[in-house]
Design a protein around this ligand. Structure first.
Ligand code: NAI
Length: 413
């Protein structure tokens, strides 16, 4: 991008050091290198002192799910500007500790939307044809050719619970396959194609031949599908859960399957999932007829990994170059296009009364011309972006940096 659309950072880009751990997809490296940043790749996760040492002089840290970024680790990272979680979850990072140090954390929650949606469609067909059971028969040497219990999905009703990124995508694909689609969401959502909203979960359960769950894990969705809801579902219908393990009451589902109330189920997420690959997976659903069990792989594709690399790296570059924090999970959100010719000051301060007044006094005492000023706050911190005249920007930066409430101030030009 040219300097007129994106101001460069105040220090040469080749001085910006990016440390990427845990074998992050090369799509990320390409973006950072393309910006002229230094990139160091480490294949494994790092913890504790080793991690602290590795990022002591880093400006950007990229991790996946295994490196634990604690407050102690962050205390050592004096130059750190931002963290990228090249995955969906951010539990491995102490978000509050990063927040009060003025370090935004970015992730990529929607890079695997399509991967999940495609698997749902595949599994609807596979359940409807009992393909896994027939395949297991054949593998075990049994020839069992029958049309019994096998159905087309054309003309059947799919009920989608949670019509967000994934739910809506499933709805579009299912309709293209000739299914009728109804959905239930607690928010008012624009229906895509001929997808039709229903007023309650019960209405959806009563009407659907297939029910697929795409809600987040919240107190409201905890075991939202239990014995009562399974009882409301049509005789011979199917349940798919590729959302979160807490959403379905597994013993109640196992019971409904054993009693043939449901004709099958596909479950990708479990209330308790093993920490690592290998033996040790326990579930009451194991061994039940026409039940597909997968190890939380709904979003696990090569394309999703590449998307995650691109999305998180792009967000971090926008933050380094522009100060944009949209999408940060622990930080006030600001996104402002640069003002040509102006310098941009990015200030993170403790959210205490009077800071803005002090900063504005500095600006007015220095006779600086503010082109634009934008403040966004959360409980702990305020994030202030100011575009002002090039002649005084460095003096403003120095004065703002010396305020008691200052956490971090940098300048872009
Ligand atoms: P999203 O945030 O875009 O959509 C969730 C939708 O659920 C929203 O429209 C929301 O209004 C709705 N919702 C929330 N509470 C509800 C309730 N009580 N009843 C009905 N609707 C409710 O999320 P997205 O990206 O579509 O993800 C959906 C789920 O899929 C999440 O739980 C996510 O963790 C999971 N997921 C699983 C993956 C896997 O590998 N199996 C991969 C990616 C996401």
């Amino acid at each position: 991008m040219s300097a007129t659309t994106t101001p460069v950072t105040s220090f040469p880009k080749d001085k910006i050091k990016v440390v990427l751990l845990e074998n992050i997809h090369p799509s990320a490296t390409a973006i950072f290198s393309g910006e002229g940043f230094q990139v160091e790749m480490v294949k494994s996760a790092l913890q504790g002192d080793e991690l602290a040492e590795k990022i002591a002089d880093a400006h950007v840290l990229g991790i996946r799910s295994k490196s634990q970024v604690t407050g102690d680790v962050l205390a050592n990272a004096r130059r750190l500007l931002g963290i990228g979680a090249f995955c969906i979850g951010t539990n491995q990072i102490e978000l509050d500790a990063a927040n009060i140090r003025g370090v935004p954390v970015f992730n990529a929650p929607f890079s695997n939307t399509r991967s999940v949606a495609e698997l749902v469609i595949g599994e609807i067909i596979v359940l409807s044809r009992r393909t896994f059971d027939r395949s297991r028969d054949a593998h075990e040497g049994r020839w069992f050719k029958t049309a019994e219990g096998s159905f087309e999905i054309r003309g059947k009703t799919l009920g989608i619970v949670g019509y967000g990124h994934i739910g809506a995508q499933v709805g579009v694909l299912a309709e293209a396959m000739g299914m009728r689609v109804v959905f239930y969401d607690t928010m008012t959502k624009l229906p895509l194609g001929n997808n039709r909203p229903v007023a309650s979960l019960e209405e959806l359960l009563v009407e659907s031949d297939f029910v697929t769950l795409h809600v987040p894990a919240t107190a409201q969705t905890h075991r939202m599908i239990g014995g009562e809801q399974l009882h409301q579902m049509k005789q011979g219908s199917y349940l798919l859960n590729l959302s979160r393990g807490t959403v379905v009451d597994i013993p109640a589902l196992a019971d409904a399957l054993r009693r043939k109330v449901l004709a099958g189920a596909s479950i990708d997420v479990f209330p308790e999932e093993p920490e690592g690959n290998g033996p040790g997976f326990e579930s009451e659903l194991r061994g039940l007829e026409n039940v597909i069990l997968t190890p939380h792989v709904g979003g696990s594709t090569i394309e999703a990994q590449a998307n995650i690399g691109r999305e998180v790296a792009t967000t971090l570059v926008k933050f380094i170059n522009n100060g944009t924090t949209s999408g940060a999970v622990n930080f006030p959100q600001v996104e402002l296009p640069p003002v040509p010719g102006a310098h941009r000051i990015l200030n993170v301060h403790k959210n205490v009364p009077g800071v803005l007044r002090d900063i504005n006094k500095i600006v007015s005492d220095l006779n600086a011309n503010i082109e634009r000023q934008y403040l966004s706050t959360d409980a702990n911190i305020g994030y202030l972006v100011m575009d002002l005249g090039a002649d005084v920007s460095e003096d403003v930066r120095k004065a703002v940096s010396s305020l008691d409430a200052n956490i971090r101030t940098r300048i872009l030009y």
